[in-house]
Design a protein around this ligand. Structure first.
Ligand code: GDP
Length: 362
């Protein structure tokens, strides 16, 4: 029976899960994103990391490499092609998109400053994630600021912790206790990740430093574990299109463009699409699908890369006419020959109403 299950599983195609980083201002969201990217592009080797639009793709090979210090302790069978990390803190429109953005992601990393504990936007984020049933991990960031912390650059946290002096461990333990108590006040059970025996009911705490790189490996490992233990079904690749509009941007030489995250399915040059607009649904055709140049060539000011067809999960920019009034946070639809375009437009109208509602109530 084992063999049968294996064969069946081998046939399943998974897409990259979409990961969002949320949290209170100044907790280190942007720094963590940068650190995750940098530790993966060390020594000029990009290890296949690709900068997309509004997101970075981290291939599973890079994650395997980064988490290999755990290989003996944690048995892992990597099933996913990689992770698609959304660049949310960089999105100006994210305030309006926040509630929908959290629905877009498969797993969230909620960043908490270990010295400050839970803050107003931490609690707001927790509520959004709960509303959308999105599993999340807490990154207890800025551990390097613990009194007498001995920095262990880019070391996994479990090993870094063993290097610490008694006073550092005492302060760390007491900060962790405070956070666990504060999360309990929000009716959440939480535990340091290596002590967590029940990912379903207990939120994992992953201590990190976006400055010195401690715990980044742990964070990657726990994201993959949570995905594979709780959400694997959700990331089976689907041909049925699922695509969310992140941002509307005017780009010199291209005109008005939209940045989208393709969650499932494919987009092709020339596709007829419908997107929600503030003045009603917009019907247009994809002129081009583009992404930034590869990271390794970023010093050369090169052009965008054009794609004739892309497959989920991916963050891309779409060039088409008439996009000026498109509404961030809504879906993009592809209209095939046998689709009922009026039904699609009706859906698009409904979505705008719901976005406007969200904005009013937030
Ligand atoms: P964001 O507002 O959540 O995106 O936070 P930023 O990434 O902009 O970080 C806010 C400030 O905290 C910046 O001055 C960072 O350099 C600093 N910071 C971020 N992460 C760390 C960390 O792990 N350790 C220390 N010591 N400082 C950090």
């Amino acid at each position: 029976q084992q063999t049968e299950t294996n064969t069946r599983e081998n046939k399943i195609e998974y897409r990259s899960p979409i990961i969002c980083i949320l949290g209170h201002v100044d907790t280190g969201k942007t720094s963590l994103l940068d650190k995750i990217r940098n530790t993966n592009v060390q020594g000029g080797e990009a290890r296949g990391i690709t900068q997309q639009i509004g997101a970075s793709f981290i291939p599973i090979e890079a994650i395997k490499e980064q988490t290999k210090s755990f290989a003996e302790k944690v048995k892992m069978d990597f099933k996913l092609p990689g992770l698609l990390l959304i660049d949310t803190p960089g999105h100006e429109s994210f305030n309006n998109l926040r509630s929908r953005g959290s629905g877009l992601c498969d797993v969230a990393v909620l960043v908490v400053d270990i010295m400050h504990g839970l803050e107003a936007q931490t609690i707001e984020s927790i509520n959004l994630l709960r509303m959308r049933n999105t599993p999340f991990i807490v990154a207890l960031n800025k551990v390097d600021r613990i009194y007498e912390w001995k920095t262990c650059v880019n070391t996994n946290f479990v090993d870094a912790y063993k290097q610490q002096s008694k006073p550092a461990i005492q302060e760390f333990d007491s900060k962790v206790k405070e956070t666990i108590a504060a999360l309990a006040g929000q009716e959440l059970n939480s535990e340091l990740w290596w002590r967590n025996k029940d990912y379903k009911k207990v939120v994992s705490l992953v201590p990190t430093s976006a400055q010195t790189g401690e715990g980044i490996a742990d964070l990657m490992l726990v994201v993959i574990q949570v995905m594979q233990k709780l959400m694997l079904e959700k990331v089976i690749y689907q041909e049925k299109l699922q695509c969310t509009l992140l941002e509307v941007k005017v780009i010199e030489g291209l005109g008005c463009t939209i940045d989208v995250i393709l969650v499932n399915g494919r987009l092709k040059e020339g596709d007829k699409i419908v997107v929600s607009g503030f003045n009603g649904p917009i019907e247009t055709n994809i002129r081009s699908i583009i992404t930034p140049p590869p990271l390794t060539e970023s010093r050369v000011k090169s052009q965008f890369i054009q794609h004739q067809e892309i497959k989920a999960a991916m963050g891309v920019k779409i060039v088409a006419s008439g996009l000026e009034k498109a509404v961030p946070g809504t879906s993009l639809y592809v209209v095939d020959e046998d689709d009922d375009i009026n039904a699609i437009k009706a859906e698009a109208i409904k979505e705008v109403e719901s976005v406007l509602n969200d904005i009013e109530t937030s």
